[in-house]
Design a protein around this ligand. Structure first.
Ligand code: NAD
Ligand code: DAU
Length: 356
């Protein structure tokens, strides 16, 4: 197998940390460079088990800093990019859309431009290069409560500032292929769950609130539907597509696993109560219906048949096993959670790497 020098952006975040771990473990002959700004969502504790590996390097860098990125492409002779860095939480995007436009749109553009300038300066040009952009199913908008699914042909119709910024970044990636011939791939994935997810997102937030006996804020009537995929299955899909995906193509990735929020919440409550040794139904009264998220998309559901048909990928884990593993992980890693909640880790990294 050939040696490669790959930037993975957002590698200190939730999905990125699983992707970095998988590549570092499975490809000792690849040079993996984790580029992450370490915003509130980035946490190097997510990568403790692989941080000393000889094929892994961490570089604290804002993807909006074009000059630094371009320098890194030259220093490391980068031939592959797996781009996950983003502002990723819908509720934050409603309060602060500018940060989302800056990171998700301008950050992606500066990464594309750094790749373009560096790759076009090489004698082999774009040969053997790949810019792989990780996107979301939210760019397709919202489905009704019927049996339709998002396919790769579904028209973009984003509703939140988050999904609008991701849609815009997807368009820029495709424009770099169509205009400059850059080898690009875009994938759109459904909701991920699993270890190391920042506890502002539904599943880790609710596990922690049950553990600490805090209210569980259910938006609206709790009937919105999401399609949940175990994060390691997403990382495996990314590995497959990075190596065997068709240039300029798009693949949808999903769990084929739709849940109404309220039903999922009841499963989480039952699992946490059981694992903590609480009597059945002990935490059900923590459910608290609150004002709905503005523009709350009713339903997301992915048709991942193209990926299964063309690249033989499918989710490996049944949801029952995935949620059990996930709840166990959060209950057994209280320290990880406490460090985030106390914001200790942000102070620590700012001291270590400077406050950017
Ligand atoms: P996350 O919020 O957990 O992690 C994002 C990471 O990006 C953090 O480590 C953060 O420090 C880093 N980052 C943010 N701004 C940066 C900047 N300007 N420069 C460099 N690094 C920066 O996000 P996640 O949930 O792991 O999502 C990763 C990617 O996958 C995102 O692009 C997201 O849109 C996409 N996605 C997420 C899901 C999901 O369910 N979480 C589903 C589909 C697609
Ligand atoms: O579909 C993929 C997307 O999934 C990713 O692109 C996003 O980065 C990721 O954050 C996720 O977006 P959601 O908005 O679907 O995830 P979140 O965990 O915020 O919410 C899941 C559902 O639960 C959603 O319908 C809103 C609801 N919710 C969420 C929170 C945090 C609540 O009812 N209460 C809550 O406190």
């Amino acid at each position: 197998m050939s040696q490669r020098n790959i930037i993975i952006t957002g590698g200190a975040g939730f999905i990125g940390s699983h992707v970095v771990r998988l590549f570092v473990n499975n490809y000792p002959h690849y040079n993996i460079i984790n580029v992450d700004k370490l915003t509130y969502a980035g946490n190097l504790a997510n990568l403790k088990d692989i941080e000393d590996r000889p094929n892994y390097k961490f570089k604290r860098l804002d993807i909006c800093d074009f000059e630094d990125l371009y320098q890194l492409f030259q220093d490391e002779n980068i031939d592959g990019v797996i781009h996950l860095a983003a502002e990723s939480h819908v509720d934050r995007s409603i309060k602060d859309p500018f940060t989302f436009a800056k990171t998700n749109v301008m950050g992606t553009l500066s990464l594309l431009q750094a790749a373009k300038l560096y790759w076009e300066s090489r004698p082999e040009g774009y040969e053997g290069k790949l810019f792989y952009h990780i996107s979301t199913d939210e760019v397709y908008g919202a489905l009704g409560f019927d049996d339709t699914l998002f396919t790769e042909e579904t028209k973009y119709d984003p509703h939140s500032p988050y999904s609008a910024s991701k849609a815009s970044s997807d368009h820029f990636v495709r424009a770099y292929h169509d205009t400059y011939g850059m080898p690009t791939i875009v994938t759109n994935c459904s909701n991920n769950y699993g270890p190391y997810q920042f506890p502002e997102k539904l599943i880790p937030l609710f596990i922690n609130n049950i553990r600490t006996r805090k209210p569980l804020p259910v938006y609206g009537n709790g009937e919105n539907i999401r399609d949940w995929l175990y994060v390691e299955d997403h990382a495996r899909a990314i590995e497959t597509i990075f190596h065997r995906g068709k240039i300029a193509d798009t693949y949808n990735i999903g769990g084929c696993n739709e849940w109404r929020n309220i039903d999922l919440i009841k499963v989480i409550i039952a699992t946490v109560d059981r694992l903590l040794g609480n009597p059945e139904g002990h935490s059900i009264d923590l459910i608290t219906y609150v004002t709905d998220r503005p523009g709350h998309d009713a339903r997301y559901a992915i048709d991942a048949s193209k990926l299964r048909r063309e690249l033989d990928w499918q989710p490996s884990l049944q949801f029952e096993e995935g949620i059990e593993r996930t709840v166990r992980w959060y209950l057994e890693n209280e320290e990880w959670m406490e460090n985030i909640i106390s914001k200790e880790y942000i102070k620590y990294y700012d001291e270590m790497y400077g406050n950017r």
